[in-house]
Design a protein around this ligand. Structure first.
Ligand SMILES: [Zn+2]
Length: 288
């Protein structure tokens, strides 16, 4: 794939991408590969180092970029996000970030994932939760095309726990709030909770954040059959905020909507992380 790099006109891409770019739609991808006269794979190869620059890695300094190709043909960007002063388990891996982005746009599958570094065990497991895990293609530096199963033989996934659907299959939990919210942000968090994936705990949850410039972001909770790799809704929301070129310092309002009497207490974990980032409180709503 590297062989034709010399004739790629970087100026076209540089002029196309801004700090806010977190996705290229299928139409944009088609237009770009046509103008640049390259393949989609070559385009993704050009996008990877640019995507990695979006990483926030105050602890490791190790920036990872991910570009996922959704079922829609859209390309979704992801990068790792670390939280200084917090326990390692709060870290958002580039692969999770990419999935959070894809989920927030309502895409229904991940066809392929390209990365600037080999995925860790945690991410191999997280990716195994997706509905395309058995056919998911991975592109890693210096490697031929791989299947996820090449990196995760004898894997453990939803089917092992008798769940007959998977992450990225559309969800609608029909949760409602006791009274109609007076802020659109609560509606966004409710929608995120309703589309969340929590087959193991049924603890459906979503987060929405508004930044000082008025932009809104959603974060959808996504569980893993191995539990620990699960992506919490606040993390998913921060992933989307960072990929859109915003800073965590710009958080102006944050809302968590979670299912009432859930086995997982999302409020405790989300509050702890948010408090370490900002003085903005977490507004919590229970839905039934
Ligand atoms: Zn990882």
């Amino acid at each position: 794939m590297v062989r034709r790099r010399s004739r790629i006109d970087h100026r076209i891409l540089d002029g196309y991408l801004t700090a806010e770019t977190n996705i290229l739609t299928a139409e944009e991808v088609k237009a770009l590969v046509g103008t640049m006269r390259i393949t989609v794979e070559e385009l993704i190869e050009q996008l990877l180092p640019w995507t990695a620059k979006k990483a926030v890695a105050p602890v490791s300094g190790f920036k990872v970029g991910a570009v996922g190709r959704g079922e829609s043909g859209n390309l979704y960007f992801g990068a790792n996000i670390e939280f200084a002063g917090q326990a390692f388990h709060t870290t958002i891996h580039a692969e999770q970030c990419c999935l959070a982005n894809l989920m927030s746009k309502g895409d229904t599958g991940l066809r392929a994932l390209s990365l600037t570094a080999s995925p860790c065990g945690h991410c191999r497991q997280f990716l195994n939760e997706t509905n395309s895990a058995s056919v998911l293609k991975l592109y890693l530096p210096g490697e031929e095309e791989l299947n996820l199963s090449d990196l995760l033989p004898i894997g453990f996934g939803p089917k092992n726990l008798n769940i007959d659907f998977s992450l990225l299959d559309p969800q609608d939990h029909q949760l409602t709030l006791a009274s109609k919210p007076d802020d659109e942000l609560v509606e966004i968090a409710l929608e995120a909770a309703n589309s969340s994936y929590a087959p193991y705990s049924k603890s459906y949850a979503g987060v929405a954040i508004r930044t000082r410039n008025g932009q809104t972001f959603r974060g959808i909770y996504a569980e893993s059959a191995a539990y620990n790799p699960s992506l919490l809704p606040l993390q998913a929301c921060i992933a989307n905020l960072v990929m859109a070129g915003r800073s965590m310092r710009e958080i102006a309002k944050a809302v968590l909507v979670c299912k009432k009497d859930s086995r997982v207490n999302h409020a405790v974990t989300a509050q702890a992380l948010l408090k370490s980032l900002t003085d903005v409180p977490l507004n919590i709503f229970q839905a039934e």
